[in-house]
Ligand binder design. Structure first.
Ligand SMILES: Nc1ncnc2c1ncn2[C@@H]1O[C@H](COP(=O)(O)OP(=O)(O)O)[C@@H](O)[C@H]1O
Ligand SMILES: Cc1cn([C@H]2C[C@H](O)[C@@H](COP(=O)(O)O)O2)c(=O)[nH]c1=O
Ligand SMILES: [Zn+2]
Length: 287
């Protein structure tokens, strides 16, 4: 049981609740990102979706007819590439197993011979910048980026074209999440797996994660275990007084809670804030 302020503990632990711990995802093993695949037809210049070229009349000269047939096949392949794109979103509170599920999916795709690449926000420096790390310590090498739009340049155009699956962790920190996912899946035919917080500590939408739901093939909301009653936790409570939305941290700052303990927690935090304000004004009056 993590330590929490005594005021919060006494007020929150008064609630009695049935315990029902959710099933947790199995641990996954670390894996280097794979960037090599058997040769694939080079679609390095995917063009916007173009309907197949019209078949030429019988009278067209042989060279023009051959070119038309090649154009038709290439545009068909581009349509196939774009049609093979997917977006899968994994959300939930902190400690829900989002990163664990992301690594498991990406590793499974790599196991089928697909080329995978993993990205996280360079704002998340909790466990180092060169890996995505779960709260259990499972890790996988990744690209830590300030924006998703820099990925293709970082990787290089040829390498990017060879990537089949792109994993994104801490998606709430990427302002260009929507545009990147749309291009990667709709235009470049990638399978994109996105893990991130749906809500911040105030339960407001966090970043652009909810904005890509209309683009998605699947959306999964995971739950953690409420730190105060062991019921399913769908929300993240911030244990400190900071009020800025982006505040990097782990169990020292946050804990997953159920609805009842989230709401109780808000009361305790507000009461604590009022008490601290009174103490501060009393001290000022003494001076
Ligand atoms: N209160 C909690 N509820 C669920 N899992 C927890 C809790 N506290 C710690 N954990 C651990 O955190 C792991 C999930 O870590 P991770 O996949 O990084 O979660 P997320 O990415 O959703 O923050 C679980 O497998 C579990 O071992
Ligand atoms: C609720 C909340 C979280 N954060 C930060 C805290 C962590 O660094 C990440 C989430 O990590 P996880 O992989 O989901 O465990 O986001 C924040 O900045 N603001 C918030 O409101
Ligand atoms: Zn609870």
């Amino acid at each position: 049981m993590r330590s929490i302020s005594s005021a919060m503990r006494s007020l929150l632990l008064s609630a009695s609740a049935p315990s029902s711990s959710p099933a947790f995802l199995p641990r996954s093993t670390a894996l280097r990102p794979l960037l090599s695949l058997p040769f694939r037809p080079d679609l390095s210049r995917p063009r916007p979706f173009a309907p197949p070229a019209r078949s030429l009349s019988k009278t067209a000269p042989p060279a023009a007819a051959a070119r038309a047939r090649i154009d038709e096949r290439v545009s068909g392949m581009e349509v196939q590439a774009a049609n093979s794109g997917e977006i899968h979103i994994i959300v939930g509170p902190m400690f829900a197993g989002k990163t664990t599920a992301l690594l498991r999916r990406v590793q499974a795709e790599a196991g089928t011979g697909r080329t995978v690449a993993l990205i996280k926000s360079d704002k998340d420096n909790r466990y180092g910048l060169d890996s995505v790390v779960t709260h259990d310590g499972t890790k996988m090498a990744c690209w830590a980026l300030p924006e998703l739009s820099t990925f293709q340049d970082k990787l290089g155009r040829d390498a990017y074209d060879k990537v089949d699956v792109i994993g994104i962790d801490e998606a709430q920190f990427f302002d260009d999440l929507h545009d990147f996912c749309s291009k990667a899946a709709d235009h470049d035919g990638k399978i994109v797996v996105v893990a991130g917080l749906d809500g911040d500590y105030k339960r407001n939408k966090f970043g652009s994660v909810l904005d890509i739901i209309p683009l998605a093939n699947s959306v999964t909301k995971l739950t953690a275990r409420c730190e105060l009653c062991d019921r399913r936790a769908s929300f993240t409570l911030r244990k400190t007084q900071e009020t800025r939305t982006e505040l990097i941290g782990g169990a020292n700052v946050y804990m997953p809670v159920c609805r009842q303990h989230y709401l109780d927690g808000q009361i305790v935090i507000e009461a604590t804030r009022i008490v601290m304000d009174i103490e501060r004004s009393t001290e000022v009056a003494r001076c």
